[in-house]
Write a protein that binds this ligand. Structure first.
Ligand SMILES: [Zn+2]
Ligand SMILES: [Zn+2]
Length: 81
């Protein structure tokens, strides 16, 4: 049984490098990013550029039971799949 539970969603400044889970490019130290923590089939912590997070939310409801697509997106690009 799966459910989506949002734990936190904050835009913060990176204190260590991260990789964006939407465009898979680097988020350097000092840059703002969205830290997105939820439970969906396990505890998951993801990082996004703010514009990538917006693109993801434009693409699909984050609480949708559908799996997120696995295609490659450019930074800030809305998914067309
Ligand atoms: Zn990104
Ligand atoms: Zn996609």
């Amino acid at each position: 049984m799966y459910g989506f539970t949002l734990l936190s969603e904050n835009e913060i400044t990176a204190r260590k490098p991260h990789t964006c889970d939407w465009c898979f490019t680097k988020i350097p130290v000092g840059e703002k990013y969205v830290k997105f923590v939820y439970i969906y089939d396990g505890f998951t912590r993801e990082s996004f550029h703010p514009e990538c997070y917006a693109a993801m939310n434009t693409t699909a409801s984050i609480s949708d039971s559908e799996e997120r697509c696995t295609c490659k997106h450019k930074r800030g690009e809305v998914c067309n799949a």
